[in-house]
Design a protein around this ligand. Structure first.
Ligand code: TGC
Ligand code: FAD
Length: 392
């Protein structure tokens, strides 16, 4: 049996060569943050089902990770690939951390940045970029997740004011948010509203007993006669294309992020298989184990090439929603397959929080579902290929 120094899975595809020095530096900075400050706590946060969201937001803000791909208003103004790599490193730690950053930067801040008035942008974006204020994004309702067009939350005019009634479900950062971006049906189609925390009639309570994304706040929002001034509406968004336009941004981050979770699983598993002796030999020396490792490395590598390609398209202003669906569908599907395969290599140890693999696998169940389920993205790709929509 000959032995050679092992090659890191990322080196097989030489993806680093496709990145700029600045992108590699950003990735390294986020990786160091995760290793030094976050990884030591993740198993506890997951087990206890809590996360210090406000402290994390401030820390992420201090590194420029919140709204890092947006221009102006205190945001980073960096490229799509740099943003994707930050998502990858955060999700290599835990999907909940990437979710916090995705929802803040790509959903709540992006909605204000893209559709807000100048006053709304100045009021909210600089402090959200700094992590001093947290935002959430309320689209999903208890009965309308994949089909937000059916939403029941309504906003009606009362004089110059707006009055909102309804409820949102499964809202990341809901109970810790200073502002909720709430999408509601009006006489003029779906509109977006900025609802500051503490507005009478508005409340948030956390969803308990989650088995996934436990290191993330997930809440229900209640809107009971919430009265807002005329300038609470986002002037630039009319119709469902408003919220769906925000989803493209967050879905793009997940294209990279999911690969981070998968890579952390694979790195953990390669190290474990090298140490673990079975039938008097290292587990890594068995062909069946090597097949699992090789197949996992192939999917992560192909996913990375796809992610960087989509990132370059985004930077060139040429990325379409269908291409985002291709990336989200493929990379999350493969990431969860990698996590489950890696879990088998760890045997019984794999079902504990001593290793991150099953935590990632459990988290990826949510990632498979949120930001458009795999079925929704399959149907988006199917519609692109055939010209026929099969949603209903
Ligand atoms: P459809 O008739 O296709 O379109 C309605 C209008 O929206 C436009 N549009 C888009 N615009 C921008 N980006 C997209 N991706 C768009 N997709 C559609 C479309 O052009 C049209 O505009 P207009 O001006 O002609 O009216 O809409 P549909 O009702 O048939 O639905 C299509 C479908 C099923 C794909 C859509 O409803 C969908 O994507 N459903 C999934 C919902 C979803 O992903 N929810 C996510 C909630 S947020 C979340 O999960 C956060 S998780 C936390 C984290 O990220 O970490
Ligand atoms: P449903 O829409 O009820 O779907 C159930 C099943 O039916 C799925 O398998 C689905 O793919 C399938 N299905 C749906 N339509 C079709 C079809 N036409 N053909 C075949 N199958 C179909 N939402 C927000 O707005 N903001 C947030 O911050 C947010 N954070 C979240 C955090 C977590 C941890 C989770 C789990 C969810 C979060 N969501 C958030 C909600 C998420 O976006 C929805 O759960 C998701 O869109 C799916 O909706 P649903 O759960 O109602 O499932």
């Amino acid at each position: 049996m000959t032995t050679r120094p092992p090659v890191h899975p990322s080196a097989l595809f030489a993806v680093d060569g496709l990145l700029t020095d600045e992108e590699r530096d950003i990735r390294q900075t986020v990786r160091r943050l995760c290793d030094d400050e976050l990884r030591p706590h993740l198993a506890d946060w997951f087990e206890e089902g809590r996360v210090p969201a406000r402290e994390l937001a401030r820390r992420f803000g201090s590194l420029g990770l919140l709204g890092m791909h947006l221009q102006g208003y205190g945001c980073g103004g960096l490229g799509a690939v740099a943003y994707g790599l930050a998502c990858l490193e955060l999700e290599a730690a835990d999907s909940g951390l990437r979710s916090l950053v995705s929802v803040q930067g790509s959903l709540a801040m992006y909605a204000i940045w893209k559709y807000g008035s100048e006053e709304q942008k100045r009021e909210w974006l600089p402090e959200m970029a700094a992590g001093e204020r947290i935002g959430c994004f309320g689209l999903t309702e208890p009965d309308f997740g994949s089909d937000p067009a059916g939403m029941r939350t309504r906003a009606r005019r009362d004089g110059a004011d707006w009055v909102l009634d309804g409820g949102k479900m499964w809202i990341t950062n809901g109970s810790v948010a200073d502002v909720a971006v709430v999408w509601a049906r009006t006489g003029d189609g779906v509109r977006g509203f900025l609802v500051p925390a503490g507005t009478p009639g508005f409340s948030a309570r956390d969803v308990g007993r989650k088995l996934s994304l436990r290191a993330s706040v997930t809440s229900e929002l209640v809107l009971d006669g919430v009265r807002l001034p005329a300038d609470a509406v986002l002037p630039g968004a009319r119709g469902l294309s408003g919220p769906l336009g925000c989803l493209n941004e967050a879905r793009f981050g997940i294209v990279f992020g999911a690969l981070g979770a998968a890579l952390d699983c694979l790195e953990t598993t390669i190290a474990y298989a090298a140490e673990r002796e079975i039938f008097g030999r290292p587990l890594a020396s068995f062909q069946l184990t090597q097949e699992k490792l090789a197949d996992s490395a192939l999917e992560i590598g192909k996913g990375m090439l796809l992610a960087v390609h989509l990132g370059r398209l985004k930077e060139a202003g040429a990325l379409t929603p269908e291409q985002v669906s291709v990336g989200k569908l493929n990379n999350v599907r493969e990431a969860i397959a990698v996590a489950r395969t890696c879990r088998t290599v760890l045997g019984a140890n794999g079902v504990t929080l001593e290793y991150p693999v099953m935590r990632h696998a459990a988290n990826l169940e949510s990632v498979l579902t949120y930001e458009g389920t795999s079925e929704v993205h399959t149907l988006v790709v199917g519609r692109a290929l055939t010209g026929v929509q099969a949603f209903q």
